[in-house]
Design a protein around this ligand. Structure first.
Ligand code: ADP
Length: 396
């Protein structure tokens, strides 16, 4: 079975075609500048890159299908070989607790959630409609949500301590994001530990450009660091993470700028970039810190301490933990940060073996021999998880 996974934004569309027998990616690529020109980057039988007119998402999907079936660049001979399409959707609000096969009601509900994710959901809806129009109604379209994994959180984890009417009126609550990644690495961790996910309490640390931490209790999300929006929680590339909300009012008055402008500053000019003044990219920060830049070092110290605090908090919430998992760009690749986070947590049963910590592979255990709580590094694979969900729903 071949499954196409699509991640559509307002003007871009990423795709991967999976062979579900081997879980191999047969081809992948990116359509950019949809609606304002169009550019396709494709990697299949051979690489292809060129400007191609893409007035809308349907034109972009047509382009993708054409390349996937092209004798020179493609990997299949006919569109009919694609059994189903899995779509990544950022926000499912409180409507979606799991992946779903698309019908009219599903599309309406995703559109309703656009108020909560105005930069993401409208592009996804356009992407789904484009696939239906190009591939026909007989090819199942499946939607997989970043938020749905976190719908198992207890109310005390998701209700903010502000007047309750705002939850009732506007659905302001913690939703959490990166759910597909947390779910994937938590399941992999259980596999690596040879245990059933139901028996385990795991803290999963997704540390990328955007970062979040999740308390996974018995295979389900119990609490998570991102909140109503992906601005909450850890300091990230350019996002502040949690800060004292009174800062918004104070800076607004001091600099005579609007709350919306301050939220933009917290989203785009803060985090690693804001602290270091150098870059939002962890590699640049790491290099600068090694060269003696004090603010780059401070950014790393603040990030590591924040991760450590969440591990402690989530261990307390879940009544102990069995493992900590590091994933995404920083989590998978930076041994120094992992060591900084885990060191000092030996009293909790954690411990790192420096030699193991300096390996590189898709999944490895970095725990010291005497550690009762395991530290694992697992490469996340949200696209494969979406393909697996799609396969399961189509087959059921
Ligand atoms: P996104 O959230 O955009 O998916 P990624 O998961 O790709 O982001 O993570 C991007 C972050 O990972 C960047 O800060 C980047 O510097 C960092 N990163 C990527 N590769 C490495 C590496 N080899 N060593 C340290 N950091 C890395």
């Amino acid at each position: 079975m071949y499954i196409l996974v699509i991640n559509a934004g307002s003007s871009s569309l990423k795709y991967q075609l999976f062979d579900m027998t081997t879980h191999d990616v047969m081809a992948k690529g990116l359509c950019e500048r949809i609606g304002i020109g169009g550019r396709l980057k494709h990697n299949g039988k051979a690489k292809f890159e060129a400007d191609i007119d893409m007035p809308d998402h349907a034109a972009a999907i047509k382009c993708v299908i054409e390349k996937l079936t092209s004798p020179d660049y493609g990997v299949i001979s006919d569109m009919k070989e694609i059994s189903a399409v899995g779509h990544r959707i950022v926000h499912g609000g409180e409507y979606f607790t799991e992946a779903k096969i698309v019908d009219d009601e599903v599309i309406d509900l995703i559109s309703e959630c656009s108020a909560l994710a105005p930069l993401h959901n409208p592009g996804s809806v356009t992407g789904i409609k484009a696939c239906i129009s190009v591939m026909g109604p007989s090819v199942p379209q499946v939607v997989v949500f970043d938020t749905s994994f976190h719908q198992t959180m207890p109310m005390r984890s998701y209700i903010f301590p502000i007047p309750y009417k705002y939850y009732e009126q506007y659905k302001i609550r913690r939703y959490g994001f990166h759910g597909t990644s947390h779910r994937y690495v938590a399941a992999k961790a259980a596999e690596m530990l040879g245990k059933c996910a139901k028996e385990l309490n795991i803290v999963t640390c997704h540390l990328g450009n955007g970062s979040s931490i999740c308390a996974v209790k018995g295979g389900k999300s119990y609490d998570t660091s991102m909140g109503f929006t992906p601005l909450d929680g850890l300091p990230m590339g350019t996002r502040s993470g949690s800060v004292d909300p009174a800062i918004v009012g104070f800076i607004g008055t001091a600099e005579n700028i609007s709350a919306a402008d301050i939220v933009t500053m917290l989203n785009k000019e803060s985090g690693l970039l804001g602290i270091s003044g150098i870059s939002s990219d962890f590699r640049d920060i790491y290099t600068a810190a090694n060269e003696g830049n004090k603010r780059a070092q401070l950014a790393i110290d603040i990030l590591a301490q924040s991760i450590k605090k969440y591990i402690g908090a989530y261990a307390a919430e879940m009544g102990g933990i069995d493992a900590v998992v590091f994933t995404a760009g920083i989590g998978e690749n930076n041994a120094m940060l992992r060591e900084k986070v885990i060191s000092g947590l030996e009293y909790m049963g954690l411990g790192i073996d420096s030699k193991k910590n300096n390996q590189h592979s898709d999944a490895f255990d970095i725990s010291s021999a005497d550690a009762e709580v395991k530290s694992l590094v697992i490469a996340t694979n949200e696209e494969l998880m979406i393909a697996l969900d799609t396969e399961r729903l189509v087959n059921s």
